[in-house]
Design a protein around this ligand. Structure first.
Ligand code: HEM
Length: 470
C-alpha cells in the first residue's frame, strides 16, 4: 500500500518535512525533475520524499538505476496505485497492471506487435503510408510558418489507430478529431493542481469539485469510443485472419476462455488498447517536435544529415529501415535528440513487489520508486558533454556507437514496450521529413529550446517553415 506516512527503519534519508504536507516545499511543481536533480546533488543517489499520503523513493545515476531495474529486475517490476490513475483504469491493461495479469498482457502485446503481419500490410508499410499523408499536409503549408504539433499528433495517433483498429482515419474526420482532443485534454488535466491534490488527498478530494472530475468524465468518453470499435470488430471478425490488435485479442480471449488463470477479457482488451494510445502517441510526437526544432536551429547538422540521405536513399524512393545501418550520422543525431530532450524526465513510477534492500537501505514491498531518468541521460560520469547537444556521444570512427546509459525508454522488466515501434517511427519520420524539406525559423524570428512540463517534457509551441528541397 502506498499510504505509509511513517518510514520504516533504515529507510532512505528524507529531507526535513512539514507535518501532513511533507516535502511540499522541496518540490518544484513547474519543473519537478529540476528540483529533484538539485536534491540528488545534496542527498545522494537514493532518498525519499513525502507529500500528503504519497511517499516515494527517488533513484539517481546510471549505476543505481541499473542495480535496481536490471540486477534486481523482478523486485522492482511493479507499478504503484496512483489515485487519479487507479480511479480511472484500476489495474487493467499494460501500464498499470501488476503480477500475473501484467506478464500475460505484456507478452501478448509484445508478440502481437512483433509479428505484425496482421492484415495485408506490414507495420513498416503502415508507417510509410501515414508519412506520405503527413508530407502532403506539410507541403500544403507552402513554406510558410506553421505549428507542426497538430499534424504530427494526428499522424502518430493514426499509426496506433492502424495497429489497434485496423485502419487510419482521415485527418479531418470529426470522430478522430474528438478522440485526439479527449486524449490531449485528459492527459493535461491529469497533471492539473486539482488532480495533484487528488493524488495526495484522494479521500477528501473525491467529494470536492475540480478538474479531476473532468478527467473522470473524459476517460469515460474515450472508453466508450474504444468499446464501439470493439463492437464493430465483433460483427465481422474472422479468427483465421486477424486484421489488427483487437482481432488478435478477440482470438486470444476465445482460445483461453476455459482457462481460469487467463486475464484475457474485455476490461484488459479495452485498457491495453487505450494504453497503446496513451503511451505511444504523445511520446513519439513530442520527440519529433524536438527533432524539427533542433534541425531548424542547427543548419549544419541538418545539412550533414541531408547529405547522408541523398547518398544512401536518394530522392526517388521513401527511406526504409534497411537504410539505417548505412546512416550512422543520422542515427547518432536521432539518439542525441532523444537524450537531450529527456521527454519523460522522472520515468513512469515503479513499485517494489517484495521487501528488498538497495544500497544498504530497506525498501518494503509496495514502496513507490521513481527511477530518475534525467540523472542517467545527463550523468556526468557517462557522457562527455552531458548538457551539450553532441552527436559524437553516439559515434566512434564514423560508426554508430551504442551507449549503455542511453535510457530514454528506461530499462529492465518494464522497459518501454513500444521501443522498437518508436525507433522505427522516429527513423522513418525524421529521414522522410529531411529528405523532402529544409526546416528553418520563420523570417526575423528566432527559435528557442524552452520547454514545458506536461505528460511529456515538450517544446513550447513554435512555428517553423518547411521549404521543399526539390
Ligand atoms: C512504458 C518511454 C513510445 C508503449 C514506457 C516507459 C518509458 C517509455 C520511459 C516506462 C518504462 C518503465 O517503467 O521502466 C517511451 C518513449 C517513447 C515511447 C521515450 C517514444 C519516443 C512508445 C510507443 C508505444 C509505447 C510508440 C506503443 C506501443 C509503452 C507501454 C509501456 C511503456 C505499453 C508500459 C510498459 C509496462 O508497464 O510494462 N515508455 N515510450 N511507448 N511504453 Fe513507451
Amino acid at each position: 500500500d502506498y499510504v505509509k506516512r511513517r518510514p520504516p527503519r533504515n529507510f532512505p534519508p528524507r529531507p526535513f518535512s512539514l507535518p501532513f504536507l511533507g516535502n511540499i516545499l522541496h518540490m518544484n511543481f513547474s519543473q519537478p525533475h529540476v528540483g529533484i536533480q538539485q536534491l540528488a546533488e545534496k542527498l545522494g543517489n537514493i532518498f525519499c520524499l513525502q507529500i500528503g499520503s504519497l511517499q516515494f523513493v527517488v533513484l539517481n545515476g546510471f549505476p543505481m538505476l541499473k542495480e535496481a531495474l536490471v540486477h534486481q529486475g523482478e523486485n522492482f517490476a511493479g507499478r504503484p496505485k496512483i489515485p487519479i490513475i487507479f480511479e480511472n483504469f484500476k489495474e487493467f491493461g499494460l501500464v498499470q497492471s501488476n503480477g500475473h495479469a501484467w506478464k500475460q498482457q505484456r507478452r501478448f502485446a509484445l508478440s502481437t506487435l512483433r509479428n505484425f503481419g496482421l492484415g495485408k500490410k506490414s507495420l513498416e508499410e503502415r508507417i510509410q503510408e501515414e508519412i506520405r499523408y503527413l508530407l502532403d499536409v506539410i507541403e500544403e503549408e507552402r513554406g510558410q510558418p506553421f505549428d507542426p504539433h497538430l499534424h504530427i499528433n494526428e499522424s502518430v495517433s493514426n499509426i496506433i489507430c492502424s495497429i489497434t483498429f485496423g485502419d487510419r482515419f482521415e485527418y479531418h474526420d470529426s470522430r478522430f478529431q474528438e478522440l485526439i482532443r479527449l486524449f490531449d485534454e485528459s492527459l493535461r488535466l491529469q497533471l492539473s493542481p486539482s488532480s495533484q491534490f487528488f493524488n495526495a488527498f484522494p479521500n477528501i478530494m473525491r467529494f470536492l469539485p475540480g478538474s479531476h472530475k473532468k478527467v473522470f468524465s473524459n476517460w469515460k468518453k474515450v472508453k466508450c469510443f474504444v468499446r464501439q470499435e470493439l463492437e464493430r470488430h465483433r460483427e465481422d471478425w474472422n479468427p483465421s485472419e486477424p486484421r489488427d490488435f483487437i482481432d488478435a485479442y478477440l482470438t486470444e480471449m476465445q482460445k483461453t476462455a476455459d482457462d481460469a488463470d487467463s486475464s484475457f477479457n474485455e476490461d484488459n482488451l479495452l485498457q491495453s488498447t487505450l494504453d497503446l494510445f496513451v503511451a505511444g502517441t504523445e511520446t513519439t510526437s513530442t520527440t519529433l517536435r524536438w527533432a524539427l526544432l533542433h534541425m531548424a536551429m542547427k543548419p549544419e547538422v541538418q545539412e550533414k544529415i541531408q547529405a547522408e540521405i541523398d547518398r544512401v536513399v536518394g530522392l526517388s524512393r521513401q527511406p526504409v529501415m534497411e537504410d539505417r545501418p548505412k546512416m550512422p550520422y543520422t542515427n547518432a543525431v536521432i539518439h542525441e535528440i532523444q537524450r537531450i530532450s529527456n521527454i519523460i524526465p522522472l520515468n513512469v513510477p515503479r513499485a517494489t513487489v517484495c521487501d528488498t534492500t538497495l544500497a544498504g537501505f530497506y525498501l518494503p514491498k509496495g514502496t513507490t520508486i521513481i527511477p530518475n531518468l534525467t540523472s542517467v541521460l545527463f550523468d556526468k560520469n557517462e557522457w562527455e558533454t552531458p548538457y551539450e547537444f553532441n552527436p559524437q556521444h553516439f559515434l566512434e570512427n564514423g560508426e554508430f556507437r551504442k551507449r549503455e546509459a542511453f535510457l530514454p525508454f528506461s530499462t529492465g522488466k518494464r522497459v518501454c514496450l513500444g521501443e522498437q515501434l518508436a525507433k522505427t517511427e522516429l527513423f522513418l519520420f525524421f529521414t522522410s521529413f529531411l529528405q523532402k524539406f529544409k526546416f528553418q525559423a520563420p523570417k526575423n524570428r528566432t527559435l528557442s529550446l524552452r520547454a514545458q512540463v506536461g505528460i511529456t517534457f515538450s517544446p513550447f509551441p513554435y512555428q517553423i517553415c518547411a521549404i521543399p528541397r526539390y
